[in-house]
Design a protein around this ligand. Sequence first.
Ligand code: SAH
Length: 368
Amino acid sequence: DDGEACSFIVPSVIDRSPLVVAISSGGEAPMVARLLRQQMETWLPEGIARLASWVGGWRKQVAQRIPDARVRVRFWQDVLDGSPAEQVLAGRESSANNLLEQRLESDAVNGSVGEAWLVGAGPGDPGLLTRRGQYLLQRADAVLYDRLVSPQIIDLARRDAELVCVGKQGGGPSTDQGDINRELLRRVRQGQRVCRLKGGDPFVFGRGGEELQALAEAGLPFQAVPGITAASGCAAYAGIPLTHRGLAEGVSFVTGHRAPGTPPTDWAPLVQSGHTLVIYMGARRVAALCQDLQDHGKPATTPAAVVEQGTTRDQRVTGGTLATLPGRMGEVRTPGLLIVGDVARLAGELQWFETAPETGRSAQTKWQ
Ligand code: SAH
């Protein structure tokens, strides 16, 4: 433990031969290495050594029966994730062998069967990805992701997974939806397991339904995993409950953007409902939207807030009323969400999320 005087380092070792984990801090902080070793000891299952030997015993035979490396990686992933590995860990190797035999039989015959996983990545904070979403993401051969998905989430993909950005940006360059559908189909037909990662929830203004329709029409298998939609994420991180006793008995998610050729939004029933209105894709049109709502009978004093880049360290919340909010916004940072209703007033009281000091604008959050 005297770095200067030493010519070698003894790492902290966890020995589960044939599996060996060595942790070294390069002589800097052996205490930290030891601490880590203690923690790892507790979560490395008892039978992990047995599992490693068991895999070693099968490897050659599996490689002969499944020559395609990609299919083989998937085979082992499924075996180690599933009941064969569980059986080994529980000390029932003969039952594990039977299960592996069966799987080997079907995978060697069928090759790799593709599947698409439509996964919601949440609004920004990588911690808001669901466990199911993460599980599938880490198993995908290819990841087709939207521009809004945070890089830390994409980092969770397998090292050898193909990462393809099919980003869409309001007004900016975008991949045509038809091209995205075709790309998805092409890969699944080739036998890939494709994770289609979308910002927020794939079924809330995400066009996820259209992608699944294309897969369904082609008779290809798929799964969908929900995500935290921008409304839920921004509401929580801005301290604006979407419903609140006495303030709002319902909430409506509405788009602030109309595709050319579609009729304008019918605001009247939304205004009459008294629901909190969460308006997606409207950050660049806040002034027009606030005016529309007033024209349809919302009082000018109705509280409203815009949450820009919600749930990220750059989140910015600007509050006001339908009358005052547009004048307080300044240059818009997308993505942004407009929340209209009495609940918006609670943002001051329920503020908890700390943003980077230079970007946060909670100080401007006045609710008159
Ligand atoms: N499927 C997504 C929505 C896609 S539409 C979801 O469920 O959240 C894109 C719009 O979502 C943006 O124009 C913006 O209004 C909103 N949005 C997405 N992420 C956001 C974020 N981090 N902060 C504020 N608004 C966001």
